[in-house]
Design a protein around this ligand. Structure first.
Ligand code: GCU
Length: 590
């Protein structure tokens, strides 16, 4: 019996193709139709579905023909959405779930049709009308397949097999501190595009220039050079560009846009058109760079008043995926007085990224190379490269994103150093306009000097060093906070990317009793951290861990956790804990 095992080579080949061929921004494409809604589903715990050819969705033609499955009249699941929070029995489920739906389509001459998945965790295999059209690995980046040849006029039968089983050779791997939500977590689009269409574009300020807009437009499907139009009406830009034999047109246009910044997050209505195809977007223009130990936004030093959050709606016990979800999360971020977010620990859905950008939040976006990665396995570099490419490819036009992060709390080793320094180089080559960071938890403490230091090759390779340190929780403050010194990456910008402690909303007690899960202790720890931060010369930002209490199977304390990580400044029911006001005051006074 063939289990649902992805052959590494098959996955990478497909993922690799998907990474290079998914299109920019279906949200701005007029012929993109959402296939969201209720899909039929089958839970395939023993992975028998492929052997049973469930992807054919066969209906018995005679009463002697025996088909021992049916997508009809059974389980139905919302797409987008994780399956764990939709069916009580699936709360901890890891394994195969089959999804099926039909959709109507018309084959159009001189057009290509695509299926675009904004995010499926963790592995996906897709069939259309019984034919396999592709597979993908990675739970947090988009992929798409050209289905022109498989599409029928009229009713089409779409089957998607999802498997969220954790993998030793996965990214993330077997252990991580968030819920292993599985399913078709984000939007699904059916896209009908003219043969010659806009496949990709990058439109940003030229680094070092605030009056030059530069980038490229990539056309798909043309055999000879095309005229492609770039329009940004508010800037009086209406450029007709000639593509080369590969459909590519580079450009550099003199223009002085109002620069995007947190207090004035200006974005410009932008269209890219070729022939009958048009893609629209809203693009912000800004410059981000490192100057010694400072981060300069549009030439001015900026302090990053940040917060971490997972892509989760606590009250729904599930993944966030909609505009309404994005608005709820980002409005809480804004209320805290932030200008920066770290979308822990993976690329979150585009609706969150776009909402954050429009509300003036700078973003640290990260691929899920989280603790416990098997760096000695050669497949890891390939998978990480694909996830990185997919993340950068999707969000390269998002002015809000200022830092690409390649890892969180990975342990130094020859393999890890090699893989991650390769990833830093790849990120710089994919996008020379943004900073590259990583979060480290391996700072050392020199007792005599009362000083924290970091010896880690990777910290020499990145532009910005993030440090995760839970003084007062996983280890006590080594001395009075005002006496502690930090000598971590002293020549580079340093961000405290995680700190804090757990507290159960409504629990009160002595502010000095560690591990009491009291709000008063959490408040005290935040005050001690902010006192300590005053003496970190190269500190350019802080992002407390974490905005909301979030779900994690690793957090099982029977009274205080029950499957929740309680480090939130806000409880799972939306109640602000006392520490929330410490952060708010610190940010309001910055
Ligand atoms: C780590 C990790 C987080 C985790 C946090 C914690 O720093 O990056 O994902 O949730 O610590 O221990 O709560």
């Amino acid at each position: 019996m063939k289990a649902f095992l992805f052959l590494p080579t098959l996955i990478f080949l497909t993922t690799h193709l998907a990474a290079q061929s998914f299109m920019m921004n279906p949200y701005g494409c007029k012929d993109a139709r959402l296939l969201n809604g209720k899909w039929n589903a089958i839970v395939d715990l023993y992975c028998r579905g492929e052997a049973m050819k469930m992807y054919e969705n066969r209906q018995p033609k005679t009463d002697t023909e025996f088909v021992e499955y049916s997508f009809k009249n059974g389980l139905r699941l919302d797409v987008p959405g994780d399956f764990n929070s939709q069916v009580p029995e699936l709360k901890y489920y890891e394994g195969n779930v089959w999804y099926q739906r039909t959709f109507e389509a018309t084959r159009t001459a001189n057009h290509h049709q695509f299926l675009y998945f904004a995010g499926v965790s963790y592995q996906a295999a897709v069939w259309l009308n019984g034919k396999e059209i592709g597979r993908h690995e990675g739970g947090f980046t988009p992929f798409q397949f050209d289905v022109t040849n498989e599409l029928l006029d009229g009713t089409n039968d779409l089957v998607v097999l999802v498997n969220n089983t954790r993998r030793v050779d996965g990214i993330p791997a077997m252990n991580f501190d968030w819920w292993n939500y599985g399913g078709i977590l984000r939007d699904v689009f059916f896209i009908n595009r003219p043969e010659i269409h806009v496949r990709d574009y990058k439109i940003q300020l030229k680094p070092g220039h605030q009056d030059l807009i530069t980038g490229h437009l990539q056309i798909q499907g043309a055999r000879e050079p095309q005229t492609v139009c770039l329009q940004i009406p508010e800037l009086g830009i209406n450029e007709s560009l000639k593509t080369d034999a590969n459909g590519l047109a580079d450009f550099e246009i003199k223009s002085k846009p109002q620069l995007w910044e947190p207090t004035a997050p200006k974005v410009y209505a932008t269209t890219v058109a070729v022939g009958s195809d048009t893609v629209s977007d809203e693009i912000g223009f800004r410059e981000i760079k490192v100057d010694g130990t400072r981060i300069l936004l549009n030439g001015k030093p900026v302090f990053l008043k940040g917060i971490n959050f997972h892509e989760e709606i606590p009250q729904r016990l599930g993944r966030a995926y909609s505009d309404a979800d994005a608005s709820m999360i980002i409005s809480e971020v804004k209320a805290l007085g932030c200008n920066f977010i770290r979308t822990a620990h993976y690329p979150q859905n585009e609706r969150i990224v776009r909402t954050a950008e429009k509300l003036g939040l700078m973003i640290w976006e990260e691929i899920p190379l989280w603790q416990g990665i098997e760096f000695s396995n050669p497949v890891i570099l390939n998978k990480a490269q694909n996830m990185l490419k997919e993340m950068v490819y999707r969000d390269k036009n998002r002015a809000g994103i200022i830092i690409w992060s390649i890892a969180n709390e990975t342990s130094p080793s020859d393999y890890r150093d090699q893989v991650l320094t390769d990833l830093v180089k790849l990120t710089h080559s994919l996008d020379p306009t943004r900073l590259v960071g990583a979060a480290f938890d391996n700072v050392g403490y020199n007792k005599e000097a009362g000083t924290f230091t970091l010896k880690d090759k990777l910290s020499e390779a990145v532009d910005v060093v993030g440090v995760n340190k839970y003084l007062g929780w996983y280890q006590p403050f080594p001395m009075a906070p005002e006496k502690i010194r930090w000598q971590v990456a002293p020549q580079k910008p340093l961000i405290m990317t995680e700190f804090g402690c757990e507290a159960l909303y409504g629990v009160h007690g002595s502010a000095d009793t560690a591990h009491s899960w009291s709000e008063d202790y959490q408040e005290n720890i935040y005050q001690k951290n902010y006192t300590m931060f005053e003496n970190i010369p190269n500190l350019v930002g802080t992002s407390p861990w974490v905005l909301f209490d979030f779900r994690s199977p690793t957090r099982c304390h029977p009274q205080n956790q029950e499957g929740w990580n309680r480090k939130g400044l806000v409880s799972d029911k939306g109640q602000r804990k006392k520490a929330w006001w410490v952060v708010k005051k610190f940010y309001d006074n910055r």
